[in-house]
Write a protein that binds this ligand. Structure first.
Ligand code: ZN
Length: 115
């Protein structure tokens, strides 16, 4: 097994586990695959509204993370995984191990945050 296919298969495992985890958490707070399924008959008190706002913020964070995970899985499928989206150099094994959803290499991340 080449080093690239090795990193790809471990990345795929990590990404699939994260996908399942995020989907489960979204489901738990009422933002499953069916979308917003809050009980519409639930009392419309301000407390509920505040809780809903918090849950929504959390759900949005998780949805964004899920989008990243799905994008990385799509790249694994089309073979572009592990390639920086800006400079097209390899992102690097250590970085992918730490952040399986990384889209950019360290150099591009550094130059972006400098700007
Ligand atoms: Zn780059």
């Amino acid at each position: 097994m080449s080093s690239k296919s090795k990193i790809n298969s471990s990345a795929k495992e990590a990404l699939l586990a994260e996908k399942v985890d995020l989907e489960k958490k979204l489901e738990e707070i009422g933002y499953g695959a069916s979308g917003l399924d809050y009980d519409v008959n639930f009392a419309d008190s301000s407390q509920v509204t505040a809780e809903r706002g918090e849950a929504e913020a959390l759900a949005n964070q998780m949805k964004e993370a899920l989008v990243e995970v799905l994008a990385a899985l799509a790249k694994l499928d089309d073979g572009s995984y592990g390639t920086c989206e800006v400079c097209h150099n390899p992102i690097g094994e250590a970085r992918l191990e730490a952040i399986p959803t990384a889209r950019l290499c360290m150099d591009c991340v550094a130059s972006r945050s400098r700007r």
